[in-house]
Design a protein around this ligand. Sequence first.
Ligand code: ACO
Length: 215
Amino acid sequence: MFRSNAMHPGWPQPVGPIRVPAGLVRLRPIRLRDGGVWSRIRLADRDHLEPWEPVAEVNWELRHAVSSWPSICSGLRSEARKGRMLPYAIELDGQFCGQLTLGNVTHGALRSAWIGYWVAREFTGGGVATAALAMGLDHGFQAVMLHRIEATVRPENAPSRRVLAKAGFREEGLLKRYLEVDGAWRDHLLVALTVEEIETSATSALVRSGRANWA
Ligand code: ACO
């Protein structure tokens, strides 16, 4: 049983699973022992990930060493305990294969958050991100009680734009020179969904469309 946290409804519950062509996908809180696999994937997949991620002061190799994970993980989990974030690992058939995060969670009259994700290259093309996003949306709108979830994506990121479109995200505009990514200030599309736009749930829409099955 997960004790509900009055400051942060919905955390630290796992979400799912649902089945897609790649296998069984679920979300669960990141943990300290993810460090080995996280580092291995992030170092091997640098060219797959770096074009879409914000720059950092520390270089890629150092930032993704196994020894960097404990402080990253505890920093994210501390944000989660304060009710500001939900940092999930995406599991495929029980194995860590990426991350999905709801961040900048605000309650009160805004009840909003951003959502972002990545999937190891080896496991792409089988519906993993689509399933993870649908589960993240349902969790955000239901357990976390959000009203709006937004995302930003580079116009050049065709796979991620497709993932967002499949979930029903609406384009709201182009944010000029929004984020420093891959060595320059890059334009990003702002996309969003409010709870009124979800019919029943994002996961059941995915199942109805034939892209996923209940586990
Ligand atoms: N052009 C158009 N569509 C494409 C392309 C392309 N070049 N490549 C793939 N696609 C489509 C696929 O056909 C599929 O759509 P379909 O189901 O209609 O056939 C869709 O993109 C991918 O769907 P999934 O299989 O659910 O996604 P996947 O598990 O492969 O993960 C992801 C996609 C997360 C974008 C992965 O490639 C990744 O991690 N990329 C690097 C990091 C990244 O870009 N993260 C997202 C940043 S933006 C954000 O977080 C809001």
